[in-house]
Design a protein around this ligand. Structure first.
Ligand SMILES: [Zn+2]
Length: 128
């Protein structure tokens, strides 16, 4: 089994949203659909909040075998990306402010069940 990461990237590779998944339970097209649904639920568009570029999907394998093994590194990467984004926001270098729910959901697609409460934003799983 391999843990993969699906990212929504602009042409300059800013990651607007991402989720990790394992290939024992999920296929790339399912991961993409889950990421797009999670983005829709929290009100993110198909454009980068930093530069305004259009987003495209990218699937990439990690060196992790299980989501449990990958989660600490993914969560740390998410934390660092959110901190960097806040600096860019404070410097006025972004087109849209960081979503208020960023970082609240964790970094795996397991955190985005199809029945999630839409009134509680759960985005922020951007990991690069
Ligand atoms: Zn961008």
């Amino acid at each position: 089994m391999t843990v993969w990461i699906t990212q929504m990237l602009c042409p300059t590779r800013h990651c607007a949203f991402a989720g990790a998944w394992d290939d024992a339970r999920t296929r790339p097209e399912q991961a993409e659909a889950q990421v797009r649904e999670a983005m829709r639920r929290v009100g993110l568009t198909d454009h980068c909040g930093i530069c305004g570029g259009g987003l495209r999907v990218e699937h990439a394998p990690t060196h992790y075998a299980t989501l449990a093994e990958a989660l600490p590194a993914l969560t740390e990467s998410e934390r660092r990306n959110i901190a960097s984004r806040r600096v860019l926001d404070r410097l006025g270098l972004t087109r849209e402010p960081l979503h208020p729910g960023a970082g609240s959901a964790g970094a795996t697609l397991d955190h985005f069940p199809p029945t999630a409460d839409r009134s509680a934003p759960t985005d922020g799983a951007s990991v690069d």
